[in-house]
Design a protein around this ligand. Structure first.
Ligand code: PFF
Ligand code: NA
Length: 461
């Protein structure tokens, strides 16, 4: 039966197209916007260390598993897992792994589009020279003012969703491949330039100390959970994305090699972003726990004072928007693929309906940042304060749905699917296969279960 199924949505043209798309899905706001600020909120070095361990021991094996599921199932995430469960003559309940990914990526996109909208607005602000000759404080003030205007935020996120819907709905990924081909390396180079600029003009040694000297006394169990969850988020795991992208992957491509490559690039981008941002944080007396505004109040400081700052700054935000955009496409794709497969909807209609509903749900995030009364409150979830709807959606997805989704995927692939099938699909050396299989059967389940037991207070370490 191997390779018997075909995806009804088409296929990637080859290995390189898949690598570009999957890297595009991986590299995004998670690396450049989210990683730096959650690292700061969770004490720095120790968080980074746990995060890196999670990428290597859990992220890469889970990514391989998802691509494998997708390529074997050749359908949207839920249906792929369901088909494979039936083949393993096991309960179709396992399909929950696929469906929860679909829901998670849908929910994530609701706030992701809003934040991508900030980046889009910042393209214009930077190009206009808003940050030239302005104090660090005033730059912070500009960001607060930006958030305080919900109408503008709604408009920007509408633009992001509209373009996403257009591209996905019309199936014009082809042109996109070309754009990404050029923009991703450029983003990398530009981040490198930013990192060098910050390192030489900011408090570099303090930044390195903060990012790479683990102080475990600063890491709470919630911090560990967020590091684990972010490893999933940043690699686009347990979100359906890698399953659906795997579904379009030609059979002769090495899943192991491409997964490692994608994880490497993703991690490198996150580290570069940290090095571009933290020297400025310490130089200008900002706090690492600044929160979601961190890059929007630090990088403009650099753009305002560095040579060719307007040019570099504008380019930077353009590329950030593109990086976000290629991730947004990955997030919407599984919902659309499912609506097309099962509901028989026309692709454009399915995409437009998804995009429209996302915009509405995104209002929760918009009004959270605009600090509307109805969108802010005080909750305490396992010791973590949650103060608005954005934080609810973020915590629910990254801290809860992604790790639990990853757990189910790991158990399904490691314990339920027949060894022969996973071997056949991974087509790798005996040693790599053995390492992968060990990791997926033990590391992911044990780590996720221990962290959750600890979180709910059943287990005390
Ligand atoms: N990996 C993306 C990032 O780091 O920005 C976010 C993401 C993309 C999550 C696609 C989930 C997903 F399905
Ligand atoms: Na990422």
């Amino acid at each position: 039966m191997s390779g018997a199924r075909e995806s009804v949505h088409g296929m990637w043209s080859g290995r390189f197209a898949f690598i570009l798309a999957a890297t595009g899905a991986a590299v995004g706001l998670g690396n450049i916007w989210k990683f730096p600020y959650i690292m700061g909120e969770n004490g720095g070095g120790a968080f980074v260390l746990v995060y890196l361990l999670c990428i290597v021991l859990i992220g890469i094996p889970v990514m391989m598993s998802e691509v494998l599921i997708g390529r074997r199932g050749r359908q949207s995430p839920g249906l792929s897992v369901k088909t494979l469960a039936q083949e393993a003559s096991s309960s179709t309940r396992w399909q929950i792994a696929g469906w929860s990914g679909l829901v998670a990526s849908y929910l994530i996109l609701s706030f992701y589009a809003v934040v991508a909208g900030w980046a889009l607005a910042y393209v214009i602000k930077t190009a206009r020279g808003d940050f030239q000759g302005v104090t660090a404080e005033a730059i912070g003030g500009q960001f607060d003012a930006h958030l305080a205007n919900p109408w503008a935020l709604m408009a920007w996120s509408a633009v992001i969703l509209f373009v996403t819907v257009y591209v996905v709905g019309r199936g014009v990924h082809k042109g996109l491949e070309k754009a990404v081909n050029f923009l991703m390396p450029s983003l990398f180079v530009l981040l490198g330039i930013m990192a060098i600029y910050s390192a030489s003009n900011g408090a570099f040694s303090e930044a390195v100390q903060f990012m790479f000297t683990p102080d475990f006394s600063k890491l709470t169990i919630n911090g560990v959970l967020l590091a684990l969850g972010h490893a999933f988020f940043t690699l686009s795991l347990a979100s359906g994305a890698m399953i659906i992208y795997g579904a379009y992957l030609p059979s002769n491509v090495s899943i192991a090699k491409t997964s490692v490559l994608i994880a490497l690039v993703d991690t490198a981008v996150a580290m570069l972003a940290g090095i571009a941002i933290y020297p400025l944080v310490f130089q200008y007396g900002l706090t690492p726990a600044e929160g979601p505004g961190l890059i929007f109040v630090t990088l403009p400081i650099a753009f305002g004072s560095m040579p060719f700052g307007t040019f570099f700054g504008t380019m930077f935000f353009v590329m950030l928007v593109f990086a976000a955009f290629t991730s947004a496409i990955a997030m919407i794709e599984s919902t659309v693929a499912w609506l097309v497969e099962r509901k028989g909807l026309n692709r454009l209609v399915a995409t437009a309906a998804t995009g429209g509903s996302l915009w509405l749900i995104g209002l929760l995030t918009v009004f959270s940042f605009a600090k509307a009364d109805w969108a802010t409150f005080e909750l305490n979830v396992f010791g973590k304060p949650i103060t608005n709807f954005f934080e609810v959606v973020d915590y629910l997805t990254s801290a809860i749905m992604l790790p639990l989704g990853g757990l189910v995927i790991a158990i399904f692939v490691g314990w339920v699917m027949k060894r022969k099938i996973t071997e056949e699909e991974l087509q790798t050396s005996a040693a790599v296969y053995a390492i992968w299989r060990f990791a997926i059967r033990w590391f992911t389940p044990i780590a996720v279960i221990i962290v959750f037991l600890h979180l709910i207070g059943v287990l005390d370490l």
